[in-house]
Design a binder for this molecule. Sequence first.
Ligand code: AMP
Ligand code: MG
Length: 356
Amino acid sequence: MNWKKIIAIGLTGCFLFSGCAEQRQNAQKMGEEGTQEDSYESTTFAMDTVMTFHIVAPDGEDLLIDAEQEVKRLEKLFSVTDEDSDIEQINDNAGDKAVTVSADTLALLKAGKQLGKATNNAFDMAIYPIVKAWGFTENEYTIPTQETLDTLLPLTRVSDVTIDEDASTVYLEKEGMAVDLGGIAKGYASDKLAELLKKKGVKSAWLSLGGNVCAIGTKPDGSPWRIAVQNPADENDYVGVVEISDACAVTSGGYQRYFEENGKKYHHIIDPATGKPAESGLTSVTIICKDGTKADALSTALYVMGLAAAEDFWRQTGGFDMVLISKDGRVLYTPGLADRLTEVEGSGYAYACIEA
Ligand code: AMP
Ligand code: MG
């Protein structure tokens, strides 16, 4: 993945319903009243996105620094612009030799590979050559020819990413291959941050990493955190609010990054079967589950799959909730959200619960 800014449009997919109105550059103590007394919040830029951390704890100010350091540490491992990063090393040595990587890189690539398999390759962490061909890595957009795509598609097979856990090495079997963790790294980072903060005793916090929101515990008063799901058609609007506690909510949407040519929009979520932006009839997918890494990979994968296949995937595997927004104006959610999703009256969308 390239951390360079591509086109980040509007909000980030899902966001804290009441907590994101203000962004603060540094750690700030929030209101002095009641339970908010020990709330601290800071905003940082990492992994090509704006991140806001909100921690409710007496030592919140120090914890914010710990969290920022942790995310910068992970960014250094996963960046493709930093020559020394694990990912840059892996990509540089594609088709040549195996590279020794950190435990975090190994864990993330292992999860990526497993989620690739689970989604029948709709999530493809080896998609980088195609993402690059469309210009999403450098902001220099082009529509690749079919010939180019045909040449590159064989270089995007996750089965050619060889992970040797005992040796802590990763090898890309073919020259020209490259891994792209853009669809999963923020999820992994949110899991690591939550783990770190929980270890330090945090019982109430939320972490917003671009379109990834991870909630630790509940609000100080015991009520769940409220996450808004962005309206794909209007960056300043949302289509629903989902209540979560101790879980992550991750949104993928074509509206988040795209370019336009001859009146047609080309977005950044690629269907690995065609090498082209997924045209699946969905405009947004939000996945809610405890595991932020899984939620991140699934949001990308289910966007690629489209409505019917996403529903089938959920029925067959379970273990997560989701909100799907379709091009034809429907908001579909899993039964687990029936009591936790507040619809927006007059939004123009038709809401329906997916049958189990
Ligand atoms: P997300 O916003 O989590 O859906 O991730 C989208 C990003 O993941 C893109 O900007 C690409 O860097 C990368 N990507 C695009 N298509 C795929 C795919 N099918 N599988 C995995 N990663 C992808
Ligand atoms: Mg994702």
